[in-house]
Design a protein around this ligand. Structure first.
Ligand code: ATP
Length: 285
């Protein structure tokens, strides 16, 4: 079979709540996930043996620590495939940004292996395998708008978002997901997001109902360490965003705009004022 190209979409969290810390150290969460058009691109083809990854992202590991290699190894072993795999990753999604860049690449390579080796696995079967790579991988396989519970792997698909434009700004700082969760005291979180209300607003197709409820409890950790996150949020709202929030454990900030003209103006302004930050204008998938 010829090389197979797959888009690996990034995600933002429209709402993120931490319900409690579990005895095993994981956190029980309740989140509304949304895929965005911003994506990495993977080219996957069979090789005689081994797993070979190349990428244009200079700062990423290409050995067995890359989630692509981990996911590929899991699939090849589990399904008894004696051949190997060659993968090229064209990276667009900011790294360590709270946009599930690694998880979505893992999800994409799993879909690619299913396709090129004709495994015939269903989406739920792939999702079941994906959770062994990471809690966000099942969602990345499913995509779209979804409620995520448990450690993020219990998924309920939701209606698509009403039409809108999403501005993404990744400040030039690195935040580790591990650091953020370790510094969150789940018992101290008293102001919880109204995730149920947001789910209802999504079902009702109400953009204001959604944007009024955008809240992420992880901001309590990340914003105190990096005030620039609040500056970007305030600026987006000042430029006409209906809502603005940090995604996942950050530091990426996104804003939801109803008007394309306002979103475009905000995009241009961020590009001018924050030349070293990664700025994207995208839509929901
Ligand atoms: P999440 O939103 O799931 O917490 P993230 O967007 O914050 O993830 P990633 O971009 O997935 O973070 O990167 C987190 C770490 O994973 C990085 O330190 C990176 O080196 C490592 N990593 C391994 N494989 C990949 C990959 N294919 N793409 C990006 N990062 C990867």
């Amino acid at each position: 079979m010829d090389a197979y190209r797959i888009k690996a979409y990034a995600k933002v969290n429209l709402g993120l709540d931490v319900v409690r810390r579990l005895p095993n150290g994981y956190h029980q969460v309740k989140m509304v996930m949304q895929s965005v058009e911003l994506h990495d691109e993977l080219t996957v083809e069979p090789a005689p043996e081994g797993i070979f990854l190349t990428t244009d992202a200079g700062n990423l590991p290409t050995g067995k620590d890359n989630l692509i290699c981990k996911a590929a190894r899991l699939m090849l072993d589990k399904y008894g495939i004696s051949q190997g795999l060659r993968v090229h990753l064209h990276k667009n999604i900011p790294i360590a940004a709270g946009m599930a860049g690694g998880s979505t690449d893992a999800a994409a390579v799993m879909k690619g292996i299913n396709r090129i080796f004709c495994l015939g696995l269903s989406v739920p079967q792939l999702m079941e395998d994906g959770v062994n790579i990471g809690a966000d991988v099942p969602y990345c396989i499913l995509g779209g708008t979804a409620l995520a519970e448990g450690i993020g792997e219990k998924l309920t698909p939701l209606a698509p978002l009403p039409p809108c434009h999403i501005l993404i700004v990744k400040p030039d700082i690195s935040v580790s997901t591990k650091y953020v969760y370790e510094h969150l005291d789940a018992q101290d979180v008293t102001n919880h997001p109204d995730i149920d209300g947001m789910v209802e607003a999504i079902l009702a197709g109400s953009l204001p109902g959604i944007t009024d409820r955008m809240q992420n409890v992880l901001e309590t950790v990340t914003v105190s360490a990096y005030p620039v996150i609040n500056d970007i949020k305030a600026k987006m709202l000042g430029l006409g965003a209906e809502g603005s929030l940090m995604s996942g454990s950050g530091p990426t900030v996104f804003g939801i705009f109803q008007s394309l003209a306002a979103a475009q103006r905000a995009f241009d302004q961020f590009r001018r004022e924050y030349p070293s930050e990664q700025v994207f204008l995208t839509t929901a998938v």
